[in-house]
Ligand binder design. Structure first.
Ligand SMILES: NC(=O)C1=CN([C@@H]2O[C@H](COP(=O)(O)OP(=O)(O)OC[C@H]3O[C@@H](n4cnc5c(N)ncnc54)[C@H](O)[C@@H]3O)[C@@H](O)[C@H]2O)C=CC1
Ligand SMILES: O=C(O)C(=O)COP(=O)(O)O
Length: 409
């Protein structure tokens, strides 16, 4: 019988930005040996070249997967974001090209939350300045401007996985927690939801941002919002660099309106260690600057490697799209004695009836069918007898509205 599915050794995984070895190990164990591994993000021209024959891409927050990349990646079937954020991927373009995108929504939550709490303690004690003074030979032994975090009010903006985890840790340290979110959320512990961001800003001693990058969160902490913060308050941002107006923050620090800040993410981040980190915040000793390492712990990275690799393997091996961020979710068991056609199509009237008609006209029995749709695309998995799969694949590919179709033995 003619081959209708690729050998695993021919399925190329392009792994970027030093995703953890645990991902490589998982893929290899599952028989996927064609792995192009890069420790860093690739320059755009090199990325466009490397994606040409890639079936899967694995990346972190740095690599921008634009529409141009999807246009160049003819064979691509899925993207794995080995992180939480998916703003670096043009999800609409991915969907239009029939490419499923996965991420690791929880694996580095705790790492970010721990860092935020540590920064809150250090900043309220004025440690970053005192540390800098010591390094320069000084000795600033004073309680002036140093406070315990116990009893202080933490304002969490975005009460999702990370925000709510920060909330629990903060309360365990005796902080009062308030939060704002676009969605009404069940408060954990004694936390209280504020009516809006402005209300939170006027009450919090420390404001910590945990929103995703969206149109609505872009510059949500601008000059106006920063001015609403309490005199001597502290701002922590480990969400995305576009959320804070860095120049306005620098102004507030210069004038002494804010007592300090901890910033992990920036509007423009160096591409790698070879590039200089440029920011107006470099001059402030009372600002903790970190190179986007909120989720960078050994534990988080190892877990993320396994979690995302498993999602890609499942999708490749049996078509499961559970927890995809842009694709209709179909959960499938392993298939035995049948071949599976995985058909991605535009969600327009007539596609499914055309597919079913075609099966009936060609006398191909449908053993199982699993369909899920979202607003734009439909994903149908059709199980047929092995002897029918080649013809079935040939036929369904011709159905108008088809984006892509592959077959699994
Ligand atoms: N610094 C780092 O290394 C890391 C940064 N991140 C960033 O943290 C973000 C948050 O992560 P999670 O908590 O896991 O996400 P999540 O999706 O669980 O929570 C985000 C929360 O923000 C809320 N939200 C969305 N738009 C909002 C708006 N305009 N105003 C107020 N609230 C809004 C949502 O309703 C949700 O409750 C990620 O999207 C990512 O960008 C995540 C991991 C590591
Ligand atoms: O998980 C996220 O969204 C992050 O921002 C972490 O990104 P990274 O994997 O460290 O490039």
């Amino acid at each position: 019988m003619a081959k209708v599915s690729l050998d695993k050794s021919k399925i190329k995984f392009l792994l970027l930005e030093g995703v953890h070895q645990s991902a490589v190990d998982k893929l290899t164990e599952a028989g996927y040996t064609n792995i192009e591994y890069h420790k860093t993000a690739l320059p755009e021209d090199q990325l466009l070249e490397s994606v040409k024959d890639a079936h899967f891409i694995g990346l972190r927050s740095r690599t921008q997967l634009t529409r141009d990349v999807f246009e160049a990646a003819n064979r691509l079937i899925a993207v794995g974001c080995f992180c939480i954020g998916t703003n670096q991927v043009d999800l609409d373009a991915a969907q239009e090209h029939g490419v499923a995108v996965f991420n690791a929504p929880y694996s580095n939550t705790r790492s970010v939350a721990e860092l935020v709490i540590a920064e809150a303690i250090l900043l309220l004690r004025g440690i970053p300045e005192k540390n800098a003074v010591c390094h320069r030979g000084g000795w600033q032994k004073s309680a002036e401007g140093s406070f315990e975090i116990r009893g202080k009010t933490l304002g969490i903006v975005g009460y999702g996985s990370i925000g709510s985890q920060v909330s629990v840790l903060a309360e365990s340290l005796g902080m009062k927690v308030i939060f704002s979110d676009v969605v009404t959320k069940l408060p954990l512990g004694n936390a209280e939801q504020c009516k809006d961001l402005d209300a939170l800003l006027t009450k919090a001693d420390i404001v910590s941002l945990h929103v995703p990058e969206t149109g609505a969160t872009k510059m949500m902490m601008g000059a106006k919002q920063i001015k609403l913060m309490k005199p001597g308050a502290i701002l922590i941002n480990a969400s995305r660099g576009t959320v804070v107006d860095i120049d306005a923050l620098a102004e507030a620090l210069k004038s002494g309106a804010l007592a300090g800040a901890a910033i992990d993410v920036f509007p423009s981040e160096p591409k790698g260690p070879q590039d200089e980190f440029i920011s107006p915040l470099r001059e402030f000793d009372n600002v903790i600057l970190t190179p986007h390492i909120g989720g960078s712990t050994i534990e988080a990275q190892a877990n993320i490697g396994v979690e995302v690799a498993e999602k890609l393997i499942k999708f490749s091996d049996n078509g499961t799209t559970t927890s995809s961020v842009n694709f209709p979710e179909v959960a499938l068991s392993t298939h035995t004695n049948v071949h599976r056609l995985l058909h991605v199509h535009h969600n327009v009237p007539g596609v499914m009836s055309a597919i079913n008609r075609l099966f009936s006209e060609n006398n191909i029995n449908i053993i199982g069918q699993h369909l899920q749709t979202n607003e734009k695309v439909g994903y149908v998995v059709i199980e047929v007898a092995a002897s029918n799969s080649e013809t079935a694949l040939e036929k369904v590919r011709e159905v108008e509205g088809t984006i892509r179709c592959r077959v699994l033995f």
